[in-house]
Design a binder for this molecule. Sequence first.
Ligand SMILES: NC(=O)C1=CN([C@@H]2O[C@H](COP(=O)(O)OP(=O)(O)OC[C@H]3O[C@@H](n4cnc5c(N)ncnc54)[C@H](O)[C@@H]3O)[C@@H](O)[C@H]2O)C=CC1
Ligand SMILES: O=C([O-])CC(=O)C(=O)O
Length: 328
Amino acid sequence: MSKKPVRVAVTGAAGQIGYALLFRIASGEMLGKDQPVILQLLEIPDEKAQNALKGVIMELEDCAFPLLAGVEAHSDPMTAFKDTDYALLVGSRPRGPGMERAELLAVNGAIFTTQGKALNAVASRNVKVLVVGNPANTNAYIAMKSAPDLPAKNFTAMLRLDHNRAASQLAAKTGKAVASIEKLAVWGNHSPTMYADYRNATIDGASVKDLINDETWNRETFLPTVGKRGAAIIAARGLSSAASAANAAIDHMRDWALGTNGKWVTMGIPSNGEYGIPKEVMFGYPVTCEGGEYKIVQGIEIDAFSQECINKTLKELTDEQDGVKHLL
Ligand SMILES: NC(=O)C1=CN([C@@H]2O[C@H](COP(=O)(O)OP(=O)(O)OC[C@H]3O[C@@H](n4cnc5c(N)ncnc54)[C@H](O)[C@@H]3O)[C@@H](O)[C@H]2O)C=CC1
Ligand SMILES: O=C([O-])CC(=O)C(=O)O
């Protein structure tokens, strides 16, 4: 018997990430090739955006996806999030050249108060929320704090693009297949302060740290390359990353919903005090997923350099949190 459709809300559906994301959700790449979906798409109540959304919906229809059980266009989060099982909060302003993501808080932060409240009021009580819109960690924190009736653990931020970027850099450096990399972790904020940590990573069982054996490369090339990759893409394309961001969103939700078979992935999640991070900080952690739940990888040794990196990214996050108190 075929499965009952699940409801997937996507905000910013007519934007560039939306265009790279919706067709893959509808084709079953996110929740499985046997899981029908109803897309509940949100755009701002502006004629141009709503018209663009209509066009995207026409294209979705023209794909005749067997798993697409329905598509709805919305301009109000209170209807877009009704009974939704998954919510991908993409809609918000992207940065341009020369900006840091934190500078977007002033324009984007308030979106996540409204949307958190709407999720709190009308979404499924088990809704899984992924915040993509930048600055993703603090926007996810705002949404979580605005939805006190939903479990805090249901709110997550996207660090997966950093994780995938780090894996790709390591594959290139070692000349090995990216799929063979295990036990990679990215700690902290989705910003240049994030700490991509390959001290425990393996390739076909061999230590990546030993294979590379170059701490200067780690500190002076690898970390800045991964941390500043978003800016490098903006400089090259004139627009921020979209297809790779959509891909990371699919990876994040798929792994959360369907499991990772013991493989480590990175998710931005509210801390419960793990690794000394204060409770509720939306922090990138290495996790494994099983049965629709994520679990932080425990027992990783934090050496002096790692602690220094973690402290730096934590400080940035707590400063961002302090700066949005007026929105909560
Ligand atoms: N966490 C991550 O790894 C990444 C995050 N991003 C962020 O994702 C966000 C979206 O990026 P793009 O799709 O490239 O931008 P875009 O400008 O192409 O599209 C954003 C869309 O969101 C819509 N929107 C704005 N406010 C909204 C609201 N309140 N409700 C519903 N829709 C709303 C806009 O009308 C627009 O169509 C940006 O904040 C960007 O910085 C981008 C790449 C990676
Ligand atoms: O850099 C940006 O503004 C977009 C983004 O978050 C990324 O590509 O990592």
